[in-house]
Design a protein around this ligand. Structure first.
Ligand SMILES: C[S@@+](CC[C@H](N)C(=O)[O-])C[C@H]1O[C@@H](n2cnc3c(N)ncnc32)[C@H](O)[C@@H]1O
Length: 263
């Protein structure tokens, strides 16, 4: 599974998905990480930097914050958005970052872990980069939401089973117990996995589906459909989610797991 955006993907991601989804989850992740002033923080798979910017505000002027991501266009957007905030930006694969050992008090990562090609290497890197007593807090989806289930079914019917498989894989994440065991098995102590649930509030399917898919790695497959097929896909999502309509919004539950562990 990958998450690589091209073209105007990072722009749509920041302008649409960050306010509706990722900014809200970032707030709860940063709160759980309980950042202290002057701490040194690394945000891994920082994307356009929503968590990174919040971390910088929390640690204050004497804290050091870096955002690391493998995708140059995401980092370029992150740098531009953080204008005026003193943040370091690192373009690298998490598994091979070459940063000095024992540099950070806290490592954060929001919706990155399930994309790392080698989770063992990533967790070993986290342990190496943290100071003794340092903490790791990262979040991943707790599987699918009503919206992503409806979307993937419609993608399967109107694009193809292969593209639907790619889209479904964005939410194929370990269970709470598996996640706790994976993090503990790699040397982290006192590991707790928290489940956080939010009611997500987005525009109705005709507005939201094209925007959401425009910020996904499968954007090209949706954009390449004929107008009638795009409409049929959107109509199927709208029909499946009719029970979640509140006025001119879709309001549905979604959840993440946040793993917290100590070196
Ligand atoms: C869904 S986005 C999450 C971005 C950001 N953390 C947020 O919450 O908005 C996933 C990010 O993981 C990054 N990523 C995927 N594999 C990576 C790897 N091996 N090393 C570093 N970053 C990676 C992608 O480039 C992308 O920016």
């Amino acid at each position: 599974m990958t998450f690589q955006l091209v073209g105007n993907g990072p722009k749509i991601y920041e302008e649409v998905m960050v306010p509706l989804w990722f900014g809200r989850w970032a707030e709860s992740l940063v709160e759980l990480a309980a950042l202290q002033t002057s701490e040194r923080v690394l945000d891994v798979a920082c994307g356009t930097g929503v968590t990174t910017r919040m971390a910088k505000v929390n640690v204050g002027p004497n804290g050091r914050v870096a955002g690391l991501d493998i995708n140059a266009p995401m980092l370029a957007a992150a740098k531009e958005l953080a204008d005026g905030l003193d943040i370091d930006w690192i373009e690298s694969d998490v598994c091979d970052c070459g940063l000095p050992s024992e540099t950070y008090d806290v490592i954060l990562s929001q919706h990155g872990y399930h994309y790392f090609p080698d989770k063992t290497r990533a967790l070993k890197e986290f342990l190496r980069l943290l100071v003794p007593g340092g903490r790791l807090a990262f979040s991943i989806w707790d599987g699918h939401s009503p919206y992503t289930n409806a979307l993937c079914a419609a993608v399967e019917h109107h694009i193809s089973p292969e593209i639907a498989k790619k889209q479904r894989s964005q939410r194929q994440t370990p269970s709470l117990d598996d996640l706790r065991d994976q993090v503990s098995a790699h040397g982290f102590a006192n590991v707790v996995v928290h489940r956080q649930e939010l009611m997500i509030d987005v525009p109705l399917a005709p507005e939201f589906v094209p925007l959401h898919l425009g910020s996904m790695p499968i954007a090209g497959a949706f954009a390449g459909l004929a107008e009638a097929a795009q409409k049929a896909l959107i109509d199927e999502v709208a029909e499946a989610l009719s029970g979640y309509v509140q006025g001119d919004r879709l309001v549905y539950p979604d959840a993440v797991h946040v793993a917290v562990g100590f070196k």
